[in-house]
Design a protein around this ligand. Structure first.
Ligand code: T3D
Length: 260
């Protein structure tokens, strides 16, 4: 595995760290590939029940490496970079059944903002910052930002952030609903890991189906959403975790979930 992306397991939590601190963790071809491969590895590791994505050093991720001349050589190259570097990565992250949490330790810009948005939840350090960045260099949004951001903040605010590329502070991001929590920088990883561990000890089959329902039903009509819920409940209703959850409630003890 290339060292531009580091991976470690902390109990049942997989921690993925983008590791190019000298360029604010900007993504070149090798880093894009390594990120994709790492998420793929997580997908097939039955032991991982939650994932944390973060950056090494002062930044979370500055998006596309603007010194990557090959990727930016022509308009066709740009389209292909988006398809081959970012689209497959965002799709892979979204398809993971377990909770994926961004621990945003610093600047998240352009595609780096997209990576944070493609995580299910975001916990930011107090000095994190977010910018759409694309328009500053004459580009339009990519990496799922035009999909995720309007869903979180509404179309008008998403347009404002995309057109101006204004920088959101962590506190502003919290007020807008872009991040779930803001914590002191020196506690970011510890608090994110604690939250990931908490989710990882939950009924992870039910969590996976919850994730499916939430994302799918954002764009569904009510009838389809209600039917999807009924079908998911049928699936999870046959799980050991459901039996254990009810039993634990009746016996007035904490449940011991296994994710099956
Ligand atoms: O194929 C395609 O191109 C299409 C795909 C596009 C997807 C995109 O992501 S487009 C958007 C690309 N990203 C940007 O435009 C962001 C550019 N960077 C910034 O705005 C700022 O650097 C940050 C807000 C991210 C961080 O600011 P700050 O003040 O904390 O750090 P800094 O001093 O600006 O950056 C630290 C170093 O990282 C610096 O290197 P140096 O001068 O110390 O040698 C800087 O040049 C480098 N760096 C930052 N961002 C990038 C970068 N190097 C290459 N690519 C970057 N994107």
């Amino acid at each position: 595995m290339a060292t531009t992306v580091l991976f470690e397991k902390q109990g049942h939590v997989g921690v993925i760290r983008i590791n190019r601190p000298e360029v604010a963790n900007a993504i070149n071809a090798a880093t894009g590939r390594a990120l994709y491969e790492t998420f793929k590895q997580v997908e097939t590791d039955g032991d991982i029940r939650a994932v944390v994505l973060t950056g090494a050093g002062r930044a979370f991720c500055a998006g596309q490496d603007l010194r990557d001349e090959e990727a930016m050589a022509s308009a066709a190259h740009l389209g292909n970079t988006v398809r081959e570097r970012y689209n497959i990565l965002i799709a892979k992250m979204q398809a993971l059944p377990m909770p994926v949490i961004a621990a945003v330790n610093g600047a998240a810009a352009g595609a780096g903002f997209g990576l944070a948005l493609a995580c299910d939840l975001r916990i930011a350090s107090a000095d994190a910052k977010f910018t759409m960045a694309f328009s500053k260099i004459g580009l339009a949004p990519d990496s799922g930002t035009s999909y995720f951001l309007p869903r979180l903040v509404g179309v008008a605010k998403a347009l404002e952030l995309a057109w101006t590329a204004d920088v959101l502070t962590a506190q502003q991001a919290l007020e807008l609903g872009v991040v779930n929590q803001v914590v002191p920088g020196d506690q970011l990883l510890e608090q994110t890991l604690a939250f990931a561990e908490r989710l990882g000890s939950g009924p992870t089959l039910a969590y996976a189906l919850t994730k499916q329902a939430m994302y799918a039903n954002v764009t569904a009509n009510l009838a389809d959403a209600l039917e999807r819920e009924a079908q998911l409940q049928e699936t999870v209703g046959g799980s050991h975790d459901f039996i254990e959850g009810v039993q634990a409630f009746l016996e007035k003890r904490p449940p011991r979930y296994t994710g099956v």
